[in-house]
Design a protein around this ligand. Sequence first.
Ligand code: PMP
Length: 354
Amino acid sequence: MTVYNFCAGPAMLPTDVMAKAQAELLDFQGLGVSVMELSHRSKSFMAVAEAAEANLRQLMNIGDDYAVLFTHGGARAHFSAIPQNLVAAGAKVDYLISGQWSAGAAKEAAKYATVNAIDLRDGGGLDLSRLNQAGEGEYLHYCPNETVDGVAMFEEPVTDKPLIADYSSCILGRHIDINKYGLIYAGAQKNIGPAGLAIVIVRRDLLGEGQPQLPSILNYRLLDDNGSMYNTPPTFAWYLAGEVFKWLQQQGGVEAMAGVNRAKAALLYDFIDSSTFYQNRVQPSHRSEMNVPFQLTNASLDGAFLAQAEQAGLMALKGHRSVGGMRASIYNAMPLEGVRALVDFMKQFESDNR
Ligand code: PMP
């Protein structure tokens, strides 16, 4: 039976990439050892690292004025690293709140800066007129795809300050005009590779000394000066990310993925909207194409839905504990057939339980 994994993260990775990693796990390029057993400074690993960065730059059209950092600590490490790197202690910064992750980023930043939190949440949607509450902050932070809430912002907020975004759950899933940003970052475990790795893309002219207590391993300038090898980087995750980037290039790049992602999301939302048995409460213009939360109108059927879905090979559909119901995460690696299988299952479950 084909298993489709709808986990929000760590999420499914492309089967072709996993098969390649398996094939070369014990003997990388005829060296007789695994890539995870190589020195990060060896010629073989340096080639892996450089190719991964070059391919990411190509996929996202990133110029030399931006550093691309491969870092430890997942996305959350950067909730604290960003203010410590970019502003003086206590400086004013603006955070847009559109869901749980941007709220978390604002809370962490408040340890290092004076946060002006602008809450855009308005029922199942976002009130973008509140964007005008941003002003004096030295940068503007937002989260274009809220993984838990299934809420997305498809347009960049307009600002004359450096724009910073947590792209953890939609990087490489749709076009990003990097030149509009001062910094974007993403944990790897959704659209990039194994958990633990995070990628930071930052305009080099923004980098300075950082706040005095900034830990060296989170100091972006130090990381950039050392090619992300100030300390031993997460080498296996970096290698696997590089394989995902090659796979994306083979699929036709980010624009091609974005087309498939739109089709997958439309299939699922159209079905949910056509049914009275299921619902999604997010305002249509802000619905995420990556994370689709949905509820059964009759929540007493939740347990049966999840158990039968799992038997049908549809894994990890349970909603986030704070939201309940279901959530289908349909990142780049989820094929259209996986979403078709989910919709077919949902139709069948509905007709069995009407
Ligand atoms: N930001 C967003 C948007 C996320 O979805 C997540 C993880 N689900 C995080 C930050 C935190 O990532 P990590 O666990 O890698 O620190």
